[in-house]
Write a protein that binds this ligand. Structure first.
Ligand code: FES
Length: 107
């Protein structure tokens, strides 16, 4: 099963089942992650900055394509409520703008 490592959350490891979104996998591990619109693809607060393994993600969804085209989702970012991890591992970080106040983030 593909694995996501969240570098600035003490390198927590999350296994992502086939077809499962990253957000669901993070939540299943008990990791709080901002998702202001409730995972409906209508905000960008759930995004993750991908540092390794971008090629292992599933294709951009329609919502991700919309935000990518209007400049609100960078080439190295994905929306965790939309994306899946399909054929390999990945490493990412929580963006500074969406860090939750009650969590302690590492470098
Ligand atoms: S939670 Fe709003 S787009 Fe993912």
């Amino acid at each position: 099963m593909p694995k996501l490592v969240v570098q600035n959350l003490a390198s927590r490891q999350v296994f992502v089942a086939q077809g499962q979104t990253l957000l669901k996998a993070l939540q299943a591990e008990g990791i709080d992650w901002m998702h202001a619109c409730g995972g409906k693809g209508r905000c960008t607060t759930c995004r993750i900055i991908v540092r390794e393994g971008l090629q292992h993600f599933g294709p951009l969804t329609a919502a991700e394509t919309r935000y990518r085209n209007n400049g609100r989702l960078q080439d190295n970012e994905r929306l965790t409520c939309q994306c899946t991890l399909e054929n390999g591992d990945a490493v990412g970080v929580v963006p500074n703008q969406t860090k939750l106040p009650h969590l302690t983030y590492t470098a």
